[in-house]
Design a binder for this molecule. Structure first.
Ligand code: 0A1
Ligand code: ZN
Length: 849
C-alpha cells in the first residue's frame, strides 16, 4: 500500500484534438516470430501533412518495446525514448523511417498487442495495442496501406488484405493501426466462398484448432448471409479477395473487425447442437454480422479520434440489429434489445459512470467501450431514422458512404449527411451525443369533448460533470386503441423538443387508450400513472407487439413494487393477463416466452431507488419468487400442456422458430418445477440431446437445490470442452441460492479448472456473481470481498478485463448505509493498491465519485 494517493493522470480531451503533422504513405513490416525474442522490423514512408502545422520532429507511440536500431533515409538515428514512445528530429520533406524492435508475446497476459494463446500468435490492436508491436503514430486518423511479412515455423500465417504467398500479405486499403492483425498457428480452416454483386470472387475461411472445423459451420452460414444482406440493404460489397476469421480462446472482448482478418473470441464462433445453446447461436449470428458490417462502417470509414467511437460502434450495432431483426423477427428482437439496453445502459446512465454517447475526456479509452457508446449510440440512430423516415435514412447513408469513403470522420460529418440529404436541422438533436443521462418522460392525459390531450414533460437528472441539461428531441411513437380493442389511430410519431409539450387528438367518439412510445421509439424512462385495469387492457389489446409486452412488464414492476414495499399479494390482473397471452396460440412461442419473464432484480432495485425506497436485495428476490410461485399456480395446466407441445423434433435446428419453441418450453419448465418437484427437469436432463435443454434442466435443478448429481455428471461429460465448462462454472453461481452464492463462487475459484487468466473463465464465475444480485449484495459483504480479491489478483495480469468487471460496484449508492460502506471499502482498497493499472484506477475513481 502507498502512503500518498496515486498521482492524477492527465485525461485526453476532445477539445484538444490536433491533426498529426505527417501522413503515412506506406507501411511495411517484417515479423520474426521467435517466442520471447520476437522481432519486428518496420519501414514507414512519411510525408508532411499539408493539413497540419509543419513539424521538425516526430513523435511515435511505443510501449514495452526494446528498440534495436532506427534509421531515417538509411542513416542511423538515436531517438529519445520514454515509456510512451519516442521523439526524433526529421527532415522537412518526405522521409523513410526504419526500425527494429524486440518484444515478448509469450508473457503478454494483457491480451493487448501481440500475444500467444494456446500456442498460437495473435494480435489485438484496438484501441491502442499497435504501439506494443512497433513504434508508430497509433491514432485512428493516420491511415496507410500495409504490407506484412511473417517468418515463423507455424503452418498458418495470416495478416490483413490479400495473400501474396509465403507469409506475405498486402492490404491496399488505407487503414489505421488499430485495424492491423496478425495470426500464426497450427490452425485448420472451415472454408467456403462468395461472389459479390459485381462479380468479385471471395475466399472465406474460418480458422480454428484442428478438430474444431465442423463447429464453424454456423458462423460461416451467418457470414454469407451477412455479406448478402449488406449488399441488398446498404449496397455495400466486400472489397478484398479473401475474408478470414480466426477463433482464439483468450480474448478480452467479443470479437474484432481487423481489415480482412476478423479475430473472434472462440465463444462467438464455435457451435454445435450438443455444445452451444440457442442463445449462443443467436449471439454468433449477431457478432459475425457486426464485425463483417464494420468493413464499411469502421474500416472504409473510420473515426477521426476515439471520442468518435460511437460513429462506428453505434452505427454498426444499429446495422447488426436490423440484420438480426430481418433474420429472427422484429418484435422479439426489439424486446430483447430493450431488455439489454435497460439492464446495461440505463444502469450505467443512472450511476456514477454516466457519460455522453460521445464522451469529452478519458484517461483510458478502453474504459469507453461501453453500453452507452454501443447501445445508446445505436438507439440515437434508431431515433434519427424515425425522424427522417426510411427514405431520408437511406439517402443519408448513401451520401455518407459516397462522401466519406476513406475518411477518418466525426459525428459532425455524420449529422451533416443527414442534414444535407433531408434538409433537416439537427442542431438540437445533436444533444443526444453530448448530454449524458437517461431522459425521464412523464405523461398525463386529459379527455374532453372528443379530444384526447397528452401532456408530456421531459427531465434529465444531473450526471457527473453535467449539472444541468437542456431538452432533447424525443420521437414518441403513439397509437390509440378504442374501448373495444380496435386501433383507432395507427402509429404516428410525435416530435417533442420542448421541456413540456402537449399533443391533441381530436374527433374521437369515445375515450381511447393511448399506446405510447411504441417500439421503444426513444431511450427514455416513461413515467405514466395508469391503473392496473388500463395496463391489463393494453396487455390484452395493444396492436404494437413491443408495447403489449411492455404493458405486462410495467404491470409486473408495479405489482412487485407493491409486494416489496406494502407486502401486497400478487395482483390477479397480472396473473390472468399473462395467462391469457401465454395460452394464445396465435402469438409466436418466442414472444410468449418473453411474456413469462419478469423484471430483473437489478431493474427492480433501480426502480425502488428512483421512487425513494432503499432497495433490499433479499426482499426483492423473495417477492419475485412469490410472484413466480403464484404464476406457476395460476397457469399450471397451461404450462404443462405447452411443455409437451413445445417439444422440438430431432435433429436439433438452431433456427428462430425452433429456438422460440425451446425458449417457451424452458420458461414453462422453470415455472412447473415449482409444482412438480423437478420431475420434468430430472427427466429432461437425462434425455436432452442439445445443450439448450441440457442447460435449462441443469439450471432448474441447481435452483431447487437438486443439482448435485447432475452438476457432477455434466462435469464428467464435458470437462474436456472449454466453452461448455465456462457454462458449468457460470450456471452454478447464477442459480446458487443467494445465501450460499459467495461460498459456491469461492469454491469454484479454487477448482483446478478455474483458469483465471482466461477472460471467459474469469467472467463465468465473477460475471455469474453479478448476475445473482441477492447473493452479490448479501448483508455480510462476503461476496463484495471475494469479488474485490479477484479484481486485485487480476489487475496486474489483465487490466482491461479487471477494469470492465469493476462495474459490478457501480450501483453502490442505491443501497443502505451498511452495504454502501462495505462496497466503498472494497473500492478504496482497490484504489489504494500500489501499481494499480490506469484502467482500473480510472474506473474505481469514477465509481467512488
Ligand atoms: N471493435 C470491436 C470491439 C473491441 C474493442 C476493443 C477490443 O480490445 C480492447 C476488442 C474488441 C467491436 O466492436 O466488435
Ligand atoms: Zn463494433
Amino acid at each position: 500500500m502507498k502512503d500518498a494517493a496515486p498521482q492524477p493522470v492527465r485525461p485526453v480531451r476532445l477539445a484538444e484534438y490536433t491533426p498529426f503533422p505527417f501522413v503515412v504513405e506506406h507501411v511495411e513490416l517484417w515479423f520474426t516470430l521467435a517466442g520471447a525474442e520476437t522481432r519486428v522490423r518496420s519501414r514507414i514512408r512519411f510525408a508532411p501533412n499539408p493539413a497540419a502545422e509543419p513539424a521538425r520532429e516526430i513523435f511515435l507511440h511505443g510501449k514495452a518495446l526494446a528498440l534495436q536500431w532506427a534509421r531515417i533515409d538509411g542513416a542511423d538515428v538515436q531517438p529519445e525514448t520514454t515509456p510512451k514512445g519516442l521523439t526524433c528530429p526529421v527532415p522537412s520533406g518526405p522521409f523513410t523511417w526504419e526500425a527494429e524492435v524486440q518484444i515478448d508475446p509469450t508473457t503478454n497476459t494483457s491480451l493487448d498487442g501481440l500475444y500467444t494463446s494456446g500456442g498460437m500468435y495473435c494480435t489485438q490492436c484496438e484501441a491502442e495495442g499497435f504501439r506494443k508491436i512497433t513504434y508508430y503514430p497509433d491514432r485512428p486518423d493516420v491511415m496507410a496501406p500495409f504490407r506484412v511479412h511473417i517468418d515463423s515455423d507455424m503452418p498458418v500465417k495470416l495478416s490483413n488484405g490479400n495473400p501474396l504467398g509465403d507469409g506475405t500479405w498486402d492490404d491496399p486499403w488505407p487503414k489505421p493501426a488499430y485495424l492491423f492483425a496478425l495470426v500464426a498457428g497450427d490452425l485448420r480452416a472451415f472454408s467456403s466462398d462468395f461472389t459479390t454483386l459485381s462479380g468479385r470472387h471471395v475466399d472465406l475461411n474460418i480458422w480454428v484448432r484442428p478438430g474444431d472445423e465442423p463447429r464453424a459451420e454456423y458462423a460461416m452460414d451467418a457470414l454469407i448471409r451477412s455479406m448478402k444482406w449488406d449488399e441488398e440493404t446498404y449496397g455495400r460489397e466486400y472489397d478484398l479477395d479473401v475474408f478470414n476469421i480466426v477463433a482464439v480462446d483468450d480474448f478480452n472482448m467479443g470479437a474484432m473487425e481487423n481489415k480482412g482478418l476478423n479475430i473472434f473470441n472462440s465463444k462467438y464462433v464455435l457451435a454445435s447442437p450438443d455444445t452451444a445453446t440457442d442463445s449462443d447461436y443467436d449471439l454468433i449470428e449477431g457478432i459475425i454480422a457486426h464485425e463483417y458490417f464494420h468493413n464499411w462502417t469502421g474500416n472504409r470509414i473510420t473515426c477521426r479520434d476515439w471520442f468518435q467511437l460511437c460513429l462506428k460502434e453505434g452505427l454498426t450495432v444499429f446495422r447488426d440489429q436490423q440484420f438480426s431483426s430481418d433474420m429472427r423477427g422484429a418484435a422479439v428482437k426489439r424486446i430483447t434489445e430493450v431488455m439489454q439496453l435497460r439492464a446495461r445502459q440505463f444502469r450505467e446512465d443512472q450511476g456514477p459512470l454516466a457519460h455522453p454517447v460521445r464522451p469529452e475526456e478519458y484517461i483510458e479509452i478502453n474504459n469507453f467501450y461501453t453500453a452507452t457508446v454501443y447501445e445508446k449510440g445505436a438507439e440515437v440512430i434508431h431515433m434519427l431514422k424515425h425522424l427522417v423516415g426510411d427514405d431520408g435514412y437511406s439517402k443519408a447513408l448513401d451520401l455518407y458512404f459516397d462522401r466519406h469513403d476513406g475518411d477518418a470522420a466525426t459525428i459532425e460529418d455524420w449529422l451533416k449527411v443527414f442534414e444535407d440529404a433531408t434538409g433537416r436541422d439537427l442542431t438540437q438533436f445533436s444533444r443526444w451525443y453530448s448530454q449524458a443521462g437517461t431522459p425521464r418522460l412523464s405523461l398525463t392525459e386529459r379527455f374532453n369533448d372528443g379530444t384526447l390531450t397528452l401532456d408530456f414533460k421531459q427531465e434529465t437528472r444531473p450526471t457527473p460533470g453535467q449539472p444541468t441539461k437542456l431538452p432533447q428531441v424525443i420521437p414518441i411513437a403513439v397509437g390509440l386503441i378504442g374501448p373495444n380493442g380496435d386501433e383507432v389511430l395507427p402509429t404516428t410519431v410525435l416530435e417533442m423538443s420542448e421541456a413540456e409539450q402537449s399533443f391533441e387528438f381530436t374527433g374521437l367518439s369515445a375515450r381511447p387508450v393511448a399506446s405510447v412510445l411504441r417500439g421503444f421509439s426513444a431511450p427514455v424512462v416513461l413515467d405514466r400513472p395508469l391503473d392496473n385495469a388500463t395496463r391489463a387492457f393494453l396487455l390484452a389489446h395493444d396492436t404494437d407487439p413491443f408495447n403489449r409486452w411492455e404493458a405486462g412488464r410495467v404491470l409486473g414492476k408495479e405489482v412487485l413494487t407493491r409486494m416489496i414495499t406494502e407486502g401486497a399479494a400478487p395482483a390477479p390482473d397480472l396473473l390472468t393477463g399473462l395467462h391469457r397471452l401465454v395460452a394464445d396460440a396465435s402469438l409466436e412461442p418466442a414472444y410468449r416466452a418473453l411474456m413469462l419473464g419478469l423484471p430483473s432484480e437489478d431493474d427492480l432495485a433501480q426502480t425502488l431507488f428512483d421512487s425513494g425506497h432503499v432497495p433490499d436485495p433479499a426482499a426483492i428476490h423473495a417477492a419475485r419468487e412469490r410472484l413466480l410461485d403464484a404464476m406457476a399456480a395460476e397457469m399450471e395446466p397451461t404450462l404443462a400442456r405447452l411443455y409437451d407441445e413445445m417439444e422440438t423434433p430431432a435433429p436439433y435446428s438452431p433456427d428462430a422458430e425452433a429456438a422460440g419453441k425451446r425458449a417457451l418450453r424452458s420458461a414453462c419448465l422453470a415455472l412447473l418445477s415449482r409444482r412438480d418437484g423437478c420431475a420434468r427437469a430430472q427427466a429432461l436432463f437425462a434425455a436432452a440431446d442439445n445443450m439448450t435443454e441440457e442447460m435449462a434442466a441443469l439450471a432448474t435443478l441447481v435452483r431447487h437445490d437438486q443439482g448435485a448429481e447432475a452438476v457432477q455428471a455434466f462435469y464428467d461429460k464435458w470437462r474436456h470442452d472449454r466453452l461448455v465448462m465456462d457454462k458449468w462454472f457460470m450456471l452454478q453461481v447464477v442459480h446458487a441460492r443467494h445465501e450460499i452464492m459467495a461460498e459456491t463462487a469461492a469454491a469454484l475459484t479454487a477448482h483446478p479448472d478455474f483458469d483465471w487468466k482466461n477472460p471467459n473463465r474469469f467472467r463465468s464465475v465473477l460475471g455469474g456473481m453479478q448476475a445473482n444480485p441477492a447473493g452479490f449484495h448479501r448483508a455480510d459483504g462476503a461476496a463484495y470481498r471475494l469479488y474485490a480479491d479477484w479484481l486485485i489478483k487480476l489487475d496486474p495480469v489483465n487490466p482491461q478485463t479487471t477494469a470492465r468487471m469493476s462495474t459490478a460496484f457501480e450501483t453502490w449508492a442505491r443501497y443502505d448505509a451498511d452495504r454502501q460502506a462495505m462496497m466503498r471499502e472494497q473500492l478504496e482498497r482497490i484504489a489504494a493498491l500500489e501499481g494499480l493499472s490506469e484502467n482500473t484506477g480510472e474506473m474505481v475513481g469514477r465509481i467512488l465519485g
